[in-house]
Design a protein around this ligand. Sequence first.
Ligand code: NAP
Length: 459
Amino acid sequence: MSRYQSINPYTNKEFANYDNPTTKQIDDAINLAHALYKKWRHEKPETRTPILHNIADAFRKNEDKMAKMMTLEMGKLFSEAKGEVEISASICDYYAEHGAELLKPEPLKTKLGNAYYLKQATGVVMACEPWNFPLYQIIRVFAPNFIVGNPMLLKHAHNVPGCAALAAKIIKRAGAPEGSLINLYLSYGQLADVIADPRIQGVALTGSERGGSSVAEAAGKNLKKSTMELGGNDAFIVLDDADPEVLRKVLAGARTYNAGQVCTSSKRIIVTKSRYDEVLHELKTIFSGLKAGNPLKADTTLAPMNSERAKEKLGAQVKEATDAGAKIFYQYPEINSNGAFFRPLILTNIDSKNPAFDKELFGPVAEVFEVDDDDAAIELANNSSYGLGSSVISKNIKHAQDVAAQIETGMTVINGSWITAGELPFGGVKKSGYGRELSSLGLMAFVNEHLVIDVSKNN
Ligand code: NAP
C-alpha cells in the first residue's frame, strides 16, 4: 500500500502526510469525472481551448509557488523546477492552439461511399505518474485529454502529494470544470479497482518497468487501452568528428540535470576511442565543479536525490557494479549534509556481464564506454533492454543522422541531450514502454477513431 508523505530530501524531515481516500470518495470522483465526459461529448473541443490557455497562464502566475513545492518534496533545483512550470504551461498552450484543429474529422478515400473518421473522446483516463517531474508528468496526460474531452483521475507518486494537490487546485481555479482532473491518493489495490471500473476507458502510466508491468497487467486484464512511458538506459554516442565545444556544452547537463533522475538522461556515454580521454576529462571537470547545497538557493548546482531510499538504492547498484569489476574513475568529495545527496561519480570498465550493464542507474552516475568505431557504438547502444532516447554528437550532420537511424530508440537528439516540447512526440520501444505522449500522437492516445461511411449511393 502506498503511503503519501511529503519529506524534504534536503533535510529528510516529513512536513505533511495524506490518507488514502474512502471507497465512497473514489466512487464519487469517478461519477463526477464520468458525468463530465458525458457532458463534454456534446461540446466541441474549441469550447475548452480558452480554459486551457487560462490554465497555462495560471501556472505561469503561480510559478514560484508550484516550483517551491516541487523542490521541497523531491529536491530538484528551484531553477529547474521553475523551468518545469514553464514547459508545462507551454504544453497547455500547444494543445490549446492546435488541439481542436488536430481533432477535425479525417476524410478517407474509398470507392465504397463518402467516408471519414471522427476523433472522439472515449471516457475517463486514469493517470499514474512518477515524482521526477511532478508537474510536467501530470500535464503530459492532462492537457491533450482535456482538449479531447477525456477527464482525468490522477494517482501521483507517494512522495509528491503536495504537488498533485497544488496542480489540481491551480487547474480548478483557472476555470476547468469540476471533474476535469481529480487527484486521489490511491493505494495500489485501490488503483487496480479504479482501473477495473467500467467508467474508466484509458490508463496512462509513466514510471519504472516494475510499476509499468503491474499497471499494464491490470489494464490488460480489464481490456483497457494503456500507454506506458517507462525507464531508459540512454546512449550518448560521441563520434570521432564531434565538435569539442558542442560536446562540452551538451555533456554539462546530460547526466546531472534533475540530479540525474531523468528517464532520458544520458546514462551510457559511448565514446569512439580517439575521444575517450577527452570525454572522461570533461565529465570530471563538470562533476567536480558542481556545488552541493540547498536546492532552493540560486548558487546550488548539485541537488539531493528525491529520497533517502533512492540514494541507498543507487549506492547498492554502484557497489554491485564495482564488485563485478567496474572502476570508479572519479567521485565527488564527501558532502556534509543530512540530505539525500549522492556523490556524482564516473564508472568505467563495465562489461556486458556486469549487473549495471543493462540496468537504469537513476541518479548522477555516468557510465562511460570506449568503442573502436561507429559500428561498435551502434551495437553497444542497441545492446539494451531499453529503447527510450539517445544522443549523437558529431559535426557532420549527415554522419549523425546515419548513426541516429540505426539506434533502436523512440527518440534521438543530434548534438544535444534530451529535449521535450508540446509538438514533439515522447516515448520509447522495448522495455521503455509503448505509446507516445505529447504532439499529435499523444493527443490520439485515448481517442476513438470513429468511422462514418455513407453508402447510400451504392444501394
Ligand atoms: P514507479 O515506482 O514505477 O512509480 C510510478 C508511478 O507508479 C507512481 O505513481 C507509483 O506509485 C506507481 N506504482 C509503482 N508501482 C506500482 C504498482 N505495483 N501498482 C500500482 N502503482 C504502482 O517509478 P518511479 O521510480 O517513481 O519513477 C522513476 C521511473 O520513471 C524511472 O524508471 C524513469 O526512467 C521513469 N520515467 C519515464 C518517463 C518516460 O516518459 N518514459 C518519464 C519520467 C520517468 P507510488 O509512488 O505510490 O509507489
